[in-house]
Design a protein around this ligand. Sequence first.
Ligand SMILES: CC(=O)CC(=O)C(=O)O
Length: 232
Amino acid sequence: MSEYVFQPSNVVSVAMQGEAARYPVRRIFCVGRNYEAHAREMGAEVDREAPFYFTKSAHSVIESGTRLPYPPGTADLHHEMELAVALGGAVDRSSPETALQSVLGYGCALDMTRRDLQAKAKEKRRPWDLGKDFEGSAVLAPLVRATDWGPVAEQSITLAVNGDMRQSAQLDQMIHGVGAVLMDLSQFYTLGAGDVILTGTPAGVGAVVAGDQLVGQIDGLPPVQLTLAARS
Ligand SMILES: CC(=O)CC(=O)C(=O)O
């Protein structure tokens, strides 16, 4: 048994709907601007040739239902509702269809974003980490096995803040579908069990403040819920 100079962090994991066993998270990859209307609202061109990515560390994960203190360093925290795809095995690069066979489950997710820090980074052509990868920035609902949900098609994806609808779209409006994203990403990484892909957000992203209650839904999946508390 190895010895460490301090106690290593616990394995980060999320619930599986209706199962005692949990899904251990290894890495989180996020697809940027994967819905045309969202790319437009961000003032960006859509790249139909290939997706682009940013990452969040596993330690950014919190579970649906959590109260998140308003994060430090920002005055413009935004919600981004997304479909999460959780891998259960290595991705076969031969075709999008075979890549999809490695998906263990799907879930609702929030990609919380410090928009002011992301905007500053964009301006200076710097990486987005401060805007995207912080504690509590990846909110995950319980995952549903791929054998019990899917395929990704015309399911609706919505996000309401205090009961007001802010984001509303259909999953088939993604520019790069799940299989194509997995195929593309696997050209750059050895994807495997524990890797989670957030597949991009539809239009309607916006600011949230302390006291707000967020509920994100995708047809057939458990909702993702988040309450924002005052900054601690
Ligand atoms: C502009 C963004 O914040 C990228 C992103 O997270 C998305 O499109 O989804």
